[in-house]
Write a protein that binds this ligand. Structure first.
Ligand SMILES: Cc1ncc(COP(=O)(O)O)c(C=O)c1O
Length: 351
């Protein structure tokens, strides 16, 4: 298929594939048995991520879901309460692992600004009482996927974390797309997560590595996360092949996330004001464009797919488009034409 006839795949940035250079560094990677702690490339990746995030230690895990779950298990006991936004990935899209495996209670708030406001955290903290679960963890997400990929400011993260720490809770950040947030906000990622005890970042999304996430935090907690990784079946042997891709992604693919953000802005601008669809607006957007549609979302998905543009239906009347490194400005422009053409055509037909 020629590049122009290949579908424009906006379903997720997880569809990025390793390029030739990345495959070459993977092929050359020095490896060892990482379950025995003997893979030098995994060590390098863990040190690199810990240092980029200003944390003491880090552990490489197979996926963001496992990074989140191992972090949750390491910092709570069954029956503990976790305070989290109702639209968080851990609540919506991690197959109930928090309940099934960590055995925790979840207290949700509606964090429309991305991070719970300080007063929302205070409101769900329960006074110590024999009847109450003990709250142990505040859960943040940045960027916030289900909230249209918004980047959450360092101040908002710190305000929520400050209340949690004051009440003796720990704080975890699901930073699957933390580097998108840092680039969009123009802040150092260290500053973004300075108030978080643990952070999970994904290498396999906009950064373009095929597999892998890294959890960072204090050394004692990371030892515990490593134990949980083993317990969950996430110990990998010659994982340096994957870690090499992650190292390459960190050194080559962070700054360029700005291009994905600019492409998402182009798509949003092309559709803003189009009858039949409204762009979900957020203060600091990144690489996601969410569209609320008058017609059923699946109808838009099917029509777009017919014209070579793949997007994802999030709910009955909401679709998501995600820009990434495998799509250039021309491809995103093609998607904008197809989507605006769909809405224009539908209205003409209906009128
Ligand atoms: C915000 C967020 N957290 C966690 C994950 C889980 O990552 P994985 O698919 O690697 O398990 C995702 C996946 O898309 C995500 O978007």
């Amino acid at each position: 298929m020629s590049p122009s006839s290949a579908p424009v795949d906006l379903r997720s940035d997880t569809f990025t594939t390793p390029d030739g250079e990345m495959r070459a560094v993977m092929a050359r990677a020095e490896v060892g048995d990482d379950v025995w702690g003997e893979d030098p490339t995994v060590h390098r990746l863990e040190e690199e991520v810990a240092s980029r995030l200003g944390k003491e230690a880090a552990v490489f895990v197979p996926s963001g879901t496992m990074g989140n779950l191992a972090s949750l298990c390491a910092q709570t006991r069954p029956g503990n309460d976790v305070i989290v936004d109702s639209q968080s990935h851990v609540v919506l899209n991690e197959a109930g692992g928090a309940g099934a495996i960590a055995g925790v209670m979840i207290s949700t708030v509606d964090a429309v600004g991305g991070a719970p406001a300080a007063a929302q955290v205070t409101a769900v903290l329960r006074v110590p009482d024999i009847h109450h679960p003990v709250a142990r963890l505040l859960w943040l997400e940045n960027t916030h996927g289900a909230r249209a990929g918004m980047a959450v400011s360092a101040d908002a993260m710190a305000a929520a974390a400050g209340v949690a720490h004051g009440a003796g809770l720990r704080v975890h950040c699901d930073g699957a797309r933390l580097f998108n947030a840092a680039v969009a906000l123009g802040v150092d990622p260290t500053r973004l997560v300075s108030a978080c005890d643990t952070v999970s970042v994904c290498l396999s999304k906009g950064l373009g590595a095929p597999v892998g996430s890294v959890v960072s935090g204090d050394a004692a907690c990371i030892t515990e996360v490593r134990l949980w990784r083993k317990r969950l079946g996430g110990g990998m042997r010659q994982a340096g092949i994957l870690a090499a891709a992650g190292l390459h992604a960190l050194s080559h693919n962070i700054d360029r996330l700005a291009e994905d953000h600019a492409n998402a802005a182009v798509l949003a601008a092309a559709l803003r004001g189009t009858p039949g669809v409204s762009v979900v607006e957020v203060a600091v957007p990144t690489n996601m464009v969410m569209l609320d549609t008058d017609v059923p979302a699946q109808q838009v998905v099917d029509a777009a797919a017919h014209d070579g543009v793949l997007i994802h239906a999030l709910s009955d009347h909401r679709v998501r488009c995600v820009t990434h490194r495998d799509l250039d400005r021309a491809a995103v422009g093609r998607a904008a034409d197809v989507l605006s053409g769909f809405f224009a055509g539908r209205l003409t037909a209906a009128g």
